[in-house]
Design a binder for this molecule. Structure first.
Ligand code: 1CP
Length: 347
C-alpha cells in the first residue's frame, strides 16, 4: 500500500519537499479532549498502553483532529525497563510514573533479564501492526524508544528528577556497573526498534530526553558509543535521534549514521545547521510559544521556518507539547507550516 502523504519519509531521505512535514512530540495525549475521554473510562494509563485497539485509536486521533503529517505510536519509553524486569507504576492523581524497584548495586542487576520483543513487548508490536493497517497509508507511522542514558536515569532514580544526581553518581563511582546496565538497555533497545520496524514502523525516533544532564566527558564515554551502536544496528527505517539539552554536542551527534537529529529550542538553528550539515534537522519551536495568541504562534512559526530555510527540515516543537496547551494553538502551528508551501507557490 503506497502512502498518500509521504512527506516525512521523503524529507528524511534528504529530498527537497514541497513544504516541511509537521508533527508534534507528545501529540497523542492529554492535549486532546478526545484522548481524555477514552482515558477516563479506563483503569489508567497502563491499560491504554497495553490494549492495542485503544493504543491504535489514540495514535490516530491527532491525524484526524490536528492534521499532522505522521502518527507516533501511543506507548511510552518506560515499557523497556518493564520488559527488562523493572515494572513501572503510574498511579492516577498521585503523580508521574515511578519504579518501585530500582538499580543501585550489582545485586539489583539480578532482577534484569534479556528482552525478547515478541515475548515481553508483544502488546506494543500488536498495536503497531493494528495502527499501520488502520492508517491505511494516510501518513507514515513513527515508532520510538528511549535512549540508553535516559532509560538508565529512570531505572536508577526510580522516577523523574531535576538533576539526575543518583544516575550521574553511578556513572562516576561505579563505572563497570553503569556500563553493564547501559549495554543491557542498548541490546534491548536495538532488538525492540528492529521489531517495531518489522511490525510496521516506517520511521523511528530515539528520545534522549535527559542527555543535557551529562558533561562532555560522560556524554562521550557513556552515551556516544551506545547511540552509535543503535544507529548502526537498527535497520529498515529512517531514525531521528533527539538528544534534548545536548545541542552543544551537535558536532558529535552529527557523526551518527541516523538520518535526522532533533533540535531543542535552546539551540540556535543556524548553529545546528552548521554543525550537522548532512542531517535532516527536526524541531524546534519552544512549546511555551503555544500558550500565546494565535497571531503570536503563527509569527513564531514563520520565524522558525525561515531560520531552518528550505529543505532538510521536519517541523516540530523543541520538546513535547504541554498537556494544558489549547489544541487550537497546535492547529495554528500546523496550519502555518502547511501554508508555508502555498505562499511560495507549491503544494
Ligand atoms: O495519560 C496520561 O496522563 C499519562 C501521561 C503520559 C503520556 C500521554 C505518559 C506518562 N506517557 C505518555 C505517552 C508518551 N510518552 C508518548 C506517546 C506518543 C506521543 O508522543 O504522542 C511518548 C513518545 C512518550 C515518551 C516519553 N515518556 C518520554 C520521552 C519524550 C519526552 O517527553 O521527553 C519520557 C521522558 C517519558 C516518561 C514519562 N511517561 C509519562 C510521564 C509523565 C513521563 C515523564 C516522567 C518524569 O520524568 O517525571
Amino acid at each position: 500500500m503506497s502512502l498518500q502523504n509521504d512527506l516525512l519519509l521523503r524529507a528524511l531521505a534528504g529530498e527537497q519537499t514541497e513544504r516541511p512535514p509537521v508533527w508534534l512530540m507528545r501529540q497523542a495525549g492529554r492535549i486532546l479532549p478526545e484522548y481524555r475521554a477514552i482515558r477516563s473510562r479506563l483503569s489508567g494509563f497502563k491499560e491504554l498502553v497495553k490494549t492495542p485497539e485503544l493504543a491504535c485509536e489514540v495514535t490516530i486521533q491527532p491525524v484526524d483532529l490536528l492534521g499532522v503529517d505522521a502518527a507516533i505510536l501511543f506507548s511510552d519509553i518506560l515499557v523497556v525497563p518493564e520488559a527488562m524486569g523493572l515494572p513501572y507504576e503510574l498511579i492516577e492523581k498521585v503523580g508521574p510514573p515511578r519504579f518501585p524497584e530500582t538499580i543501585g548495586s550489582a545485586s539489583d542487576m539480578k532482577r534484569l533479564h534479556a528482552v525478547d520483543p515478541e515475548e515481553h513487548l508483544g502488546y506494543v508490536l500488536e498495536a503497531m501492526k493494528m495502527t499501520r493497517s488502520a492508517l491505511d497509508g494516510r501518513v507514515p507511522l513513527i515508532g520510538f524508544a528511549g535512549a540508553p542514558w535516559t532509560i538508565f536515569c529512570y531505572m536508577v532514580e526510580g522516577g523523574g528528577s531535576k538533576e539526575w544526581s543518583r544516575a550521574r553518581r553511578m556513572l562516576r563511582s561505579e563505572p563497570a556497573l553503569a556500563e553493564d546496565l547501559l549495554d543491557r538497555i542498548t541490546e534491548a533497545t536495538i532488538a525492540y526498534l528492529n521489531a517495531q520496524v518489522e511490525a510496521g514502523a516506517q520511521a523511528l525516533q530515539l528520545f534522549d530526553s535527559w542527555a543535557g544532564a551529562l558533561d562532555a566527558d560522560l556524554f562521550e564515554r557513556y552515551t556516544m558509543p551506545r547511540l552509535k551502536r543503535i544507529c548502526d544496528e537498527v535497520k529498515g527505517a529512517p531514525l531521528i535521534v533527539f538528544a534534548k539539552g545536548a545541542g552543544w554536542q551537535m558536532d558529535r551527534l552529527a557523526t551518527l549514521s541516523c538520518q535526522g537529529l532533533g533540535v531543542d529550542w535552546h539551540m540556535p538553528v543556524s548553529e545546528a545547521r552548521m554543525r550537522a550539515p548532512h542531517h535532516v534537522l527536526q524541531g524546534n519551536l519552544d512549546p511555551s510559544v503555544l500558550y500565546g495568541t494565535e497571531a503570536e504562534v503563527r509569527a513564531a512559526t514563520q520565524r522558525m521556518l525561515s531560520d531552518f530555510g528550505r529543505g532538510m527540515h521536519v517541523a516540530n516543537l523543541g520538546h513535547g507539547v504541554y498537556p494544558d496547551i489549547n489544541p487550537d494553538r497546535v492547529r495554528a502551528f500546523i496550519d502555518e507550516v502547511k501554508q508555508n508551501a502555498h505562499s511560495e507557490g507549491v503544494n
